[in-house]
Design a protein around this ligand. Sequence first.
Ligand code: SPV
Ligand code: MG
Length: 302
Amino acid sequence: MKKSTQFRALLESNEVEFLLEAHNGISARIVEEAGFKGIWASGLSISASLGVRDNNEASWTQVLEVAEYLSDAASIPILIDADTGYGNFNNVRRLVRKLEQIKVSAMCIEDKLFPKTNSFINGEGQPLANIDEFCGKIKAAKDTQEDPDFCVVARIEAFIAGWGLSEALKRAEAYYRAGADALLVHSKLSTPADILTFMEEWKNTCPVVVVPTMYYNTQTQVLVDAGIKLIIWANHMMRSSITAMQRTASQIFEEQSLLGVEGEIAPVSEIFRLQNAAELKEAEKRYLPKNGAPDIEYRHAS
Ligand code: SPV
Ligand code: MG
């Protein structure tokens, strides 16, 4: 099944579905191997992996270059965190064309202003996009996609910016009417209160996606009972690798030896397995000449 069709099936599933974050090819492959049916290409984690801030410091083409590695590495669909769409409706149109080319199945755009700031940094100080302008981006994306299964997720930042429930509902209705395939309602509270009050009022006309980073101690069933369709574990591959790398770096530095860490880290053979080195070995048998190095003839000829 096409990856975009797989993603649409996740949105339309009768059960709750989950995406885990990935930020490069190897993390995408690990997410897939763990059993996940989809990947969240997190803006926070991709920017962190590049050593820059989540403020559009990485350009959109740099983000897409990373997304292409994720897409090549995984056979499960990717929902890309496309921030605000990197400009106006016209930038969104070009973005959608490029995402389809690299087989990224779905895009999430948020109703803030470029350059964005991560929702967990000074959220209340963050301006929201004009509703009509943001609806124009959604419509432009839906009109541009060639693959009917490409999905647009519209992310509502009203709770993050402190504008409250009625603003969140107003935006949800507008974005749904503009053609969004799903709505992502974001909250920075340590409880699911924003999400639960939203779900009580929302008529469930299209799937709702959440990111429980801050309300992580909420039982998943509570979100399911409220009607949530898709849950994004948004940054946990990046955060777990930071912890592992910090531990390994300090230990090697302190001990001036590899002895202490060797048993704690993946063997080199595991890197090769994740890179699918075995496939190349097989291909070499098929395509390389049986005897002699291929470049010898070239050197004689020149
Ligand atoms: C991301 O993962 O980049 C997100 C989710 O946008 S959050 O960081 O919670 O805003
Ligand atoms: Mg983000």
